[in-house]
Write a protein that binds this ligand. Structure first.
Ligand code: UFG
Length: 343
């Protein structure tokens, strides 16, 4: 029951690797460590008590990906590997089109080339998409049949890859494809051994808040307090990364058992404002999180949360963990690893 995880050393990939081992699968990590750290592999071994095989290289290298597929014959592939910083994608669009769309094309062509060979399992893919494909939603909660749009090159790449998968599946109905639209993943494994490790100053709220609580930054800038939300700050559907990891296991099991492709939201179905996150983090850490109100961040939407009904019906999966648990686990990781995976 080998499962290949492209970008498996990253934030969501590493938590999914643990969940897969616990569910009886054998994950194999494929990663070039462009936005992750090799030290994660030892942490995974400590948590799982098993050595997870590593294939170090680039998903853009199609012949090499083919050789990895031939060697491991995975019953499923989870494609996490991609760049994900919205602001960077505006400044460097070609990097995003190259890595995110080119990377998906390369992986899919490698899967296609090897699928017909003897002893290769039916092509089965889980794709990391994002709530970003809903653009600025007309209302909340968001169901999977809402219109899709994009407001930046990063979001555009997720949309294009979704469309590519639809076209591929129409041409080749034997492919089994799960498209998972993540809302806002936060938190860390309860061991505190793996977590989110932003290379630079974090773009996202929760890692920034954690770095303020530990004293690396003076204060959080709250991007706008004049949104049409209860306290004026942006509202998002924060989902514990452990729940998200469980969602990937459920998606793989559903693809393998039912053999049918699907698209689902992975969110909790409830939203929290920036100020609610700040208060929850102060409770979890026992530290103050000073903040100042700053102008709105260009491209931000007022509110975004999922209708997770379809995921529950199809996968038998539901997010369990509360915002307080998300903050407590993010804080444990931050305290134990003030510099992330770097010594
Ligand atoms: N925020 C702040 N200060 C910060 C960082 C964020 O006030 O320093 C606010 C934002 O304005 C927003 C909320 O906190 O209201 C959440 O912001 P994040 O950057 O953590 O998350 P986003 O919802 O903006 O972005 C996430 C993913 C993207 C994805 C997008 C839409 O990071 O990859 O959801 O799905 F595109």
């Amino acid at each position: 029951m080998n499962i290949l995880l492209t970008g498996g050393a990253g934030y969501i990939g590493s938590h999914t690797a643990v969940a897969l081992v616990e569910a009886g699968f054998r994950p194999i990590v494929l990663d070039n460590f462009s936005n992750s750290h090799p030290a994660v592999m030892e942490r995974l071994a400590r948590i799982t008590g098993t050595t997870i095989p590593l294939e170090r290289g680039d998903v853009l290298d199609t012949p090499w990906v083919e050789s990895v597929l031939r060697q491991h014959r995975p019953v499923g592939v989870v494609h996490f590997a991609a760049d994900k910083a919205v602001g960077e994608s505006v400044a460097q669009p070609l990097k995003y089109f190259h890595h995110n769309i080119g990377g998906a094309v390369s992986l899919l062509r490698a899967m296609e080339a090897t699928a017909s060979e003897a002893d290769m399992p039916a092509p089965t893919l889980v794709f990391s998409s994002s709530a970003t494909v809903y653009g600025d939603p007309a209302s909340v909660p968001i169901t999977e049949d809402f219109p899709r749009s994009h407001t930046n090159p990063y979001g555009h790449t997720k949309l294009v890859v979704e469309d590519m998968l639809t076209a591929l599946n129409a041409a080749q109905p034997n492919w089994r494809i799960a498209t998972l639209r993540y809302f806002n993943p936060v938190g860390a494994h309860p061991s505190g051994l793996i977590g989110e490790d932003p290379a630079d100053i974090p773009n996202n709220l929760m890692p920034y808040v954690a770095q303020v609580a530990i004293g690396r930054h003076e204060a959080l800038s709250v991007f706008g307090d004049d949104y049409p939300t209860p306290d004026g700050t942006g509202v998002r559907d924060y989902i514990h990364v452990q729940d998200l990891a469980a969602g990937h296991v459920a998606a793989l099991q559903t693809l393998l058992n039912k053999g049918k492709s699907f698209t689902v939201n992975l969110g909790t179905g409830r939203g929290h404002s920036v100020l609610e996150v700040v208060k929850a983090f102060e409770r979890a850490s026992g530290r103050p999180v000073p903040y100042r109100i700053a102008p709105r961040r260009p491209g931000d939407v007022a509110q975004c949360w999922a209708d997770p009904t379809r995921a529950e019906a199809l996968l038998g999966w539901k997010a369990q963990r509360t915002l307080d648990e998300m903050c407590a686990d993010a804080w444990r990781w931050q305290q134990g690893n003030p510099n992330g995976y770097r010594p």
